[in-house]
Design a protein around this ligand. Structure first.
Ligand code: ZN
Length: 187
């Protein structure tokens, strides 16, 4: 799925989470920002993605890590090599349930370390987490993701919508229409 579709997904889960938790204005903003970061974060494993282009240093570190992984695994038996490379490659560990907890855990740890407002820190972590989950759900509609990595490399697939194809545009418009309907309805 394209970055705009992922952003719409992030807005949808951010709004739903804030509505379910009846958060105050500050909490709602934090969940939204978290969800907007989380909904594009998993594609940090792809140097051509929008987030990689916005964070060139992080993308460079990821690319170097992937390059080193390729070199270091070239001497391993075929099965182990394929497993480790699938962890580090595009739609690898960052596109799994375990990977979705990495950034929220880092943010919560940093927040606690700097003794920031615990409630807001947890909301930030939750926002990032649900944003990541929305990304996984949308990628499951276009080729699938290894949801249970590192325990299994099998991809969970719901549908095979072509990225950037007319079906994605149709899906995106439907998602935008539902969001507008919910905002007008005050949900
Ligand atoms: Zn992705």
């Amino acid at each position: 799925m394209m970055a705009t579709t992922h952003r719409l997904g992030g807005i949808a889960v951010g709004a739903t989470t804030a509505a379910l938790l009846h958060t105050d204005v500050g909490g709602t903003v934090i969940i939204f920002v978290g969800a907007l970061v989380g909904c594009i974060f998993p594609d940090i494993d792809n140097r051509h993605s929008r987030i990689s282009r916005k964070m060139p240093i992080t993308a460079l570190v990821v690319s170097i890590g992937q390059y080193i992984t390729r070199i270091m695994t070239s001497f391993l038996p075929k099965k182990q090599k394929r497993y480790i490379r699938s962890l580090a490659g595009h739609r690898g560990i960052t596109h799994s349930l375990v990977g979705s907890m990495i950034l929220p855990a880092i943010v919560i740890l940093i927040g606690l370390l700097f003794k920031l407002n615990t409630g807001y820190i947890l909301l930030a972590g939750l926002g990032i987490f649900v944003g990541c989950l929305s990304h996984l759900a949308l990628d499951m509609l276009s080729g699938g993701v290894p949801l249970f990595m590192p325990f299994s490399t099998e991809r969970s697939v719901i549908a095979e919508i072509k990225t950037g194809g007319y079906m994605e545009w149709l899906f995106r418009l439907s998602l935008a229409a539902i969001l507008i309907f919910c905002i007008i309805g005050g949900i």
